[in-house]
Design a protein around this ligand. Sequence first.
Ligand code: ZN
Length: 487
Amino acid sequence: MLEIYNSLSRFKETFKPLHEGHVGMYVCGPTVYGDAHLGHARPAITFDLLYRYLQYLGYKVRYVRNITDVGHLEHDADEGEDKIAKKARLEQLEPMEVVQFYTNRYHRDMAALNVLPPSIEPHASGHIIEQIAFVQKILDKGYAYVSNGSVYMDVEKYAKDYPYGKLSGRNLNDIVTETRELDGQDEKKHSYDFALWKKAAPEHIMHWPSPWSEGFPGWHMECSTMGTKYLGEQFDIHGGGLDLIFPHHEAEIAQSCAALGHETVHYWMHNNMITIAGKKMGKSYNNFITLEQFFKGDHPLLSKPFGPMVIRFFILQAHYRSTVDFSSEALEAAEKGLQRMQEAYTRLQKLQAGKETTVEVAGLRQRCQEAMDDDLNTPFVIAALFDSTRAINTVHDGKGTISEADLNELREVWKTFAIDILGLRLEEQGGDAGKQKAFNGAIDLLLGIRLQAKQNKDWATSDKIRNELTALGFQIKDTKDGFEWSI
Ligand code: ZN
């Protein structure tokens, strides 16, 4: 019998993969009917961190992160229409155009955040046959029933044989009072029964043939199906946001136990949620800030643009199981912290080794590793790296020395933990803000040379700079005090 863990705390001691040297990891991916926002960034970064760390520990990791492109109904369920189908209908697009468009944009945003692509990225719509077979297995075992062309999980029957609600710590009574899903209520035996297959309404444009009806799979079905297809009937880690524990992951457990007779997942791992200025993200609060809006500073709640590395650094400054509250002030502080790290990293590359070490650098690797082993304690890793900046700056300022061996070790630890594991891009001096500053500085320099040429009546040089910058799209205006420019 599989022992089930609900976290990876102290996982150096407790984590034992099912197959030595290999880790199978499944993470619930995005539903692709809109742009990625902060709520997408946090799980992506959390499990990217785990993926990177497991590889650092020497495991061969198969990381599966799905794309939900079918069957994800509106939560309030009054419309009962698939979000992708709705978008496609409103914009007169083929649903798969919507899926492709937002999948591309999701990949673009994840690459900006330096989130590594998973090993396999299966689409729910590409696994309809497997999902139908999975539903059939549950029916064959007697834990589901067909009603009016739809198939529902018989939760009461299941709960007699298996502990339903164990992951979320709920019992059936809690679930009855919590279940507000009215969709298909008259077809179901109980309100808490959830759909494994739904018969499509006539206006529903995404549907497939099945033994029960022309329809589509229930949302929870894709993860049970694709997780076991690519990672086996039992696999190591299943992750996602805390909001997915119930009903999504609880339903996945029930589906897998019902179909296979046993648990599938060895370790469940959930990242906590994000709030914006103390409020949950939601349309009614007008605080749904997409990643693109963060990168461009294009939202009333943002004081300025924040580069992807600032977002990544800010998320990693908190432990993944704590809530994170976003505000412009907090991001500005994170930006300063990241800049300090980038400066220290750049200085570290330029340091010269001396004969002996007079600064405090011992034990940094151990501190970082122990922090990561303690349930991926990234705030502690960052604090340890910050502590070592004192030594870097002391040597840089000529007030201390470091031996060649210690310098190499220090560089190696920074490369391993800051770059490879935390996934921070520190090489790009100053990140996006730094690039912008360098760019502005270069244009100012060029126009300064032109001003000087004009004062020297060197019209050829002055005109050349002006004309060529204009051809590149710059608008240059001479003013009383010198010049102004824009693009
Ligand atoms: Zn899922």
